[in-house]
Design a protein around this ligand. Structure first.
Ligand code: NAP
Length: 565
């Protein structure tokens, strides 16, 4: 894994004698976004350097090493699609690949496309600053090295910055205590140990059944119960793989044209509210085959009509409760519509979570209604009612979604203001890809982008970014300034759509989808809920119309004399 500089193009593009830049584009993050950007920007002939503080490719799949980590998208469309050959060459072993398999897939892409030389690992970027007089970005690494580039792109991920709760006494605990996305890389021997897990979101739903198999005991501290859909994992068979590979163009098109960026059918052309109860039940049952498909391939009004949502939620919780032996425990694990509607929090996919509570060594503590957390002690967790002793405590407490990674270190735009400062009240953005006041900067799946199958959204963003850069390079442009007005419009439109959805109710149950889980700022609109497909259409229209959201400029010294006259 060496790093090769490709300075040639940048150095040659300085006829005015400006100081040479190190790269055309600097990208932070060697996950799906980093790989996609290497591909699309290299096609334009750009020099690209991807920095990552991790030691390997993978992004979220490098960090989230907790037992049971797997994709919730089905494998065959949780991938990059720029190369039909790669889609044919790679073979998935399961419906939902585990962390290692996904990371291996990403290594395979990097190997096949010779991407490693563009990536510099073990390098944390601690500051990024736009230099207005040069129309470029300057980044500083943790080691104090400084690099410059014309374009600065965040591929840092929209669920990557951990949300560490402020529970008194966290520094007192004598054993290992860490966030779920910082599971020790060298592994952790939890066999026979007493494990406490704070949080009961998608991470815990994946982690618990695996940890419970060998741990002495596992205690889950749950604040809000979830609508949990079954994953229904299965092995890839030669027949299924052939069917997928024979139909890849159609699968890719399905993702591009789906509201959730997934290879699902829909819209189905029927609503819960227009369907007789018996027929409704039949459709719900027939489609109970695993994945988020159930939400999108049954009826079209589950996320729009409160009554349809309530009926769907009750179907899910009935199924959940059937799998738990103790009826009291079953009730504790299941939300109701009065708590919050289905999808106001992102539903987890289950690989045996409910059944895990039938084990003698698994316990649930309701820290919302029964015994709130009081503190962490030297030996474990104290609630208002009892002390629980542990050897290991896992904080599966979620992430500062969409903006967290962009706010974690100073990223300064043309006024010197940081993104963190700009986003105190509202996380304004244009289509999740550009921010007013931050010229020549792109964000992949930034705030106010949709929440969808991430590789699909990432690739659509990378395509839009590469089309924008292509225009600039072909037309000899130096700078793009995202227009304030375009940002106001996108932010208002996103807020308007958000307000019309049931998802808006997530702020009453701390949903990360609107940043309501953060203790450092208030809930806000973070997601474009107008449908990923319409969002991708909007990106395409923007590119086709010459990027009206951006104002393009040349640096003064770059102005050819003839054009001035
Ligand atoms: P999460 O869904 O935000 O869940 C965090 C959990 O921690 C919640 O139960 C929350 O309770 C609890 N919590 C937070 N702060 C707390 C505090 N101070 N005291 C007590 N409890 C606290 O986080 P996650 O499970 O890591 O999942 C986040 C997202 O990452 C998912 O929704 C998903 O999009 C993504 N993810 C994806 C996959 C996959 O696709 N394979 C796997 C895992 C995660 P409240 O609910 O009451 O706030």
């Amino acid at each position: 894994m060496t790093t090769t500089d490709t300075h040639a193009r940048v150095a040659a593009a300085n006829p005015e004698g400006r100081p040479a830049l190190d790269f055309d584009a600097i990208v932070i993050g060697a996950g799906f976004a980093g790989l996609a950007l290497i591909h699309y920007l290299r096609e334009l002939g750009l020099s690209v350097r991807v920095f990552d503080r991790a030691s390997d490719i993978g992004g979220t799949w490098t960090w989230n090493r907790y037992p049971g980590a797997a994709t919730d998208s089905e494998s065959y469309y949780y991938c990059l699609t720029f190369s039909p050959e790669l889609l044919q060459q790679w073979s998935w072993t399961k419906r939902y690949p585990g962390r290692e398999e996904t990371q291996n897939y990403m290594r395979f892409v990097a190997d096949k496309c010779d991407m490693w030389p563009h990536i510099q690992f073990d390098t944390e970027i601690v500051e990024a600053q736009y230099l207005a007089e040069r129309g470029c970005w300057q980044v500083t690494t943790g080691d104090g090295d400084v690099f410059t580039s014309k374009y600065f792109i965040s591929g840092m991920g929209m669920i990557s910055e951990p949300m560490i709760p402020k529970i008194p006494g966290m520094d007192r605990f004598k054993g290992p205590i860490f966030h779920s996305s910082r599971w020790p890389h060298e592994g952790l021997d939890y066999a026979g140990k007493r494990v406490g897990i704070i949080g009961a979101g998608a991470t815990t739903v994946q982690m618990l059944p695996v940890v419970a198999e060998t741990a002495g005991s596992v205690t889950v501290f749950q604040r809000t119960p979830n609508y949990i859909l079954p994953a229904m994992q299965k092995d890839m068979t030669p027949e299924w793989e052939k069917e997928i590979k024979d139909n890849y163009p159609a699968i890719v098109a399905k993702c591009r044209n789906h509201v959730f960026g997934m290879a699902f059918d829909g819209p189905m052309g029927r609503n819960v509210m227009d369907t007789p109860p018996a027929e409704r039940q039949r459709i719900f049952e027939e489609n109970w085959t695993g994945s988020f498909r159930w939400v999108f391939e049954t009826f079209d009004d589950l996320l729009a009509s409160p009554e349809a949502n309530r009926i769907a939620g009750e179907f899910i919780t009935t199924k959940m409760k059937e799998r738990v032996n103790d009826p009291v425990l079953a009730e504790m694990l299941a939300p109701t519509f009065d708590d919050y509607p289905l999808f106001a929090k992102r539903p987890p996919l289950d690989h045996g979570y409910m059944e895990a509570f039938n084990r003698d060594n698994v316990h649930l503590v309701d820290i919302k209604k029964q015994e709130p957390l009081a503190e962490i002690t030297e030996t474990g967790v104290r609630t208002t009612r009892a002390d629980y002793d542990f050897d290991i405590i896992v904080l599966a407490t979620g992430f500062k979604a969409y903006t967290g990674a962009l706010e974690a270190f100073p990223i300064r735009g043309n006024s010197g203001q940081t993104l963190r400062e700009k986003w105190q009240v509202q996380s304004a953005c244009i289509m999740g890809v550009c921010v007013a006041g931050f010229p020549n900067m792109f964000t992949v799946t930034g705030p106010q982008a949709p929440f969808a199958n991430l590789p699909t959204s990432i690739e659509q963003n990378a395509i839009w970014i590469s089309r924008c850069i292509d225009k600039m390079e072909r037309e000899g442009l130096d700078i793009f300034e995202p227009r304030e007005e375009a940002e106001r419009e996108w932010t208002a439109a996103t807020a308007n759509i958000h307000g019309q959805t049931l998802m808006a109710e997530g702020d009453k149950v701390n949903s990360w989808m609107m940043g309501a889980n953060r203790d450092d700022k208030g809930a806000r609109v973070l997601i474009y809920f107008g449908g990923a497909n319409l969002y991708y259409d909007t990106l395409d229209k923007s590119a086709a119309e010459g990027f009206p959201e951006l104002e393009f400029k040349k640096l003064p010294a770059h102005e050819p004399a003839a054009a001035a006259g």
